[in-house]
Write a protein that binds this ligand. Sequence first.
Ligand SMILES: Nc1ncnc2c1ncn2[C@@H]1O[C@H](COP(=O)(O)OP(=O)(O)O)[C@@H](O)[C@H]1O
Ligand SMILES: [Mg+2]
Length: 386
Amino acid sequence: MRLVGLALHGAFYALLAVALGPSLLGTEPPAVPALGLLLAAAYGAGVVRRAARPGPWLAVVTALWLALLALDHGFSYVAFPLFFHFLRAMPVRWSLPAVAASTAAVVAAQAAAPGGLTAAKVIGPVAGALVAVLTAYGYAALYRESARRQGLIDDLVRTRDELAAAQREAGRLAERQRLAREIHDTLAQGLSSIVLLARAAETADPATSRAHVREVGRTAADNLAEARRFVRALTPPALEDTPLPEALRRVTARTAPTAAFRLDGEPRALPVETEVALLRLTQEALANVTRHARAEHAAVTLSYLDGEVTLDIYDDGVGFTPGRGPADGRRTFGLHGMRERIAELGGTLTVESAPGEGTAVAAAVPVRPAAPAGPAATEPGALEAA
Ligand SMILES: Nc1ncnc2c1ncn2[C@@H]1O[C@H](COP(=O)(O)OP(=O)(O)O)[C@@H](O)[C@H]1O
Ligand SMILES: [Mg+2]
């Protein structure tokens, strides 16, 4: 659009200069150069101001041009860029008569010129007007078509995002159902048989009672193994045999722009779900840095404090207005998901950012002060001995 506009203005000034040339050399009445310069200035003023309603400006430019045309038929060619202005600025029912009237004015000027009216002097301006009209229509049709395509593309992108979100949600539900089923089939069954055995042991004779207690021990041991299997199944591979700081360091090192990783405090074992949440948070925040921030530097800081663990992801990129959402209006889930995950652990997530100010995502999750290995580590033998 800009290029077309520039070409049009260039053509206007070039044609005006060609027509003005002889008059500036002094072979014509002084009104011609004066009017010509006035036209050049009026046209330029309209281009610079770029009024929302170009009607009045176009009227002034046309009037000046008609006056020049009346004085000198050399200004005929300036009609051509004006045709395009008519077609661009006015609805069809005005622009076509304007083009026709201007063409008629050009033909009249040519007829009054020395040599009188010839076929060529009619065909030239009419052909010019036709070319202008057809070009303008073709251009408008192309423009409409590409606007329609853009609309379709926007729709597709939105639908794709919604589909991805729905699939993610469906995946989460399926995972929950699977877990519920597994817990029902293994842990819940085991615990209910432990309850029954313990009740029976209360009233049984000592020998049977000992047998029941042994059975309780075996069932509990099985359940413990099941529970550990769950936890392993739920642990992302990145955390399976790697302590959290090491996992975060690796994730950070893989990210562009190179992010720095810092560790504060003494690392200690955290509940699996806390470690998983912090790993996911780091991955998502760094993905945002890569996708959106255009940052030069980024930094990830993990701090083990008394009673809580904090994680900060900072970048010096373009920033954004938190809560506003992306400009294209699609729904996003990254930051929401982070906040939900951290909230489920009783923690808080803050996002500080402003356009041009970089972004800081900070999470704080409460954790029990470092405790020695709990009853989960109790071995079946200990139960039997009890
Ligand atoms: N580090 C960042 N730098 C600049 N903009 C960001 C950053 N993180 C998030 N944003 C902005 O916030 C929006 C929401 O992010 P998010 O919820 O992760 O969704 P998504 O990454 O799918 O767009 C992004 O579209 C982006 O405009
Ligand atoms: Mg994201």
